[in-house]
Write a protein that binds this ligand. Structure first.
Ligand SMILES: *[C@@H]1O[C@H](CO)[C@@H](O)[C@H](O)[C@H]1NC(C)=O
Ligand SMILES: *[C@@H]1O[C@H](CO)[C@@H](O)[C@H](O)[C@H]1NC(C)=O
Length: 251
């Protein structure tokens, strides 16, 4: 019993120091823009946001110019060609436009920002918990679109200045490339999104689409995850959160 007591105390004493050293407080993850290619340094109102990006006009990490470019084929943003295996149907493309708007404009992705060592950005997003409906609809509407790659972040032939299918990569319908909605949302941007079974409006998943008249639902979702209420808490942090109770019980 003594050994349990003292190692418990030791952990408790070391814990606040370790947390302070990391210097990530819950609030520093809220209302921020990632350090990437086109993001503003800080979020703020943008009266002129264009088209599908207009949802973020009250508080955005994108400029009006970026929001307009997000709707262009092969825009100056990334020179990315959606039509690399033939024209992408409009009903599918609108999901890629919305995905670009969320990525460029949302100030609520802080809990999922990760450092990267890349020539064109210092930060990226990883494992953003996407609402089930947003991912399912994306997959549904893109069944007949065609592509030659599962991971669109890597492996293209860029010699012409835009992405072309690399040699040997066959163009196939999305439904064969991505057998499930989860495969599409999780693999296409190499783990930027995580498929969840949470529903829109649950407060536990990020919505790519929302009704701005009701406010931005992702504000509360970021708060929920930043404050560590996430259900995917690791066993270690769960143990740590229970320790004070254990200690009290022993006194
Ligand atoms: C956005 O800005 C870039 C760089 O200044 C420019 O080349 C591009 O034409 C602009 N796009 C729009 C739609 O205004
Ligand atoms: C890349 O594309 C260029 C131009 O289309 C082509 O000549 C070259 O063989 C391609 N390389 C690979 C590795 O696919």
């Amino acid at each position: 019993m003594a050994a349990v007591c003292c190692s418990t105390l030791l952990v408790l004493m070391a814990w606040p120091a370790a947390t302070a050293a990391a210097a990530v407080t819950p609030d520093s993850l809220l209302n921020i823009c990632m350090d990437a290619k086109h993001h503003k340094t800080e979020p703020g109102p943008e009266g002129q946001l264009y088209g599908q990006c207009v949802l973020w006009k009250d508080n955005a990490c994108c400029t009006a110019n970026t929001s307009m470019e997000a709707h262009e084929d092969q825009s100056y943003l990334y020179n990315f060609n959606w039509d690399h295996c033939g024209a992408m149907p409009e009903k599918c493309k609108r999901h890629f436009i919305q995905d670009t708007c969320l990525y460029e404009c949302s100030p609520n992705l802080g809990p999922w920002i990760d450092q990267v060592d890349s020539s064109w950005r210092k930060e990226r997003i990883r494992d953003v918990p996407l609402c089930k409906e947003d991912c399912d609809q994306w997959w549904e509407d893109c069944q007949d679109a065609v592509t030659c790659k599962v991971n669109w972040h890597k492996g293209w032939n860029w010699t012409t200045g835009t992405n072309q299918c690399p040699k040997g990569a066959m163009c196939q319908k999305f439904k064969y490339m991505f057998p499930t909605a989860a495969a599409l949302c999780e693999q296409i941007w190499s783990g930027s999104y995580r498929y969840t079974s949470y529903h829109r409006g649950s407060g536990h998943c990020i919505q790519m689409w929302f009704d701005p008249a009701q406010g931005n639902p992702n504000v509360a979702v970021a708060q929920y995850y930043a404050r560590g209420n996430a259900p995917s808490t690791s066993p270690l942090s769960l143990l740590l959160s229970l320790l004070p109770l254990t200690l009290l019980a022993q006194l």
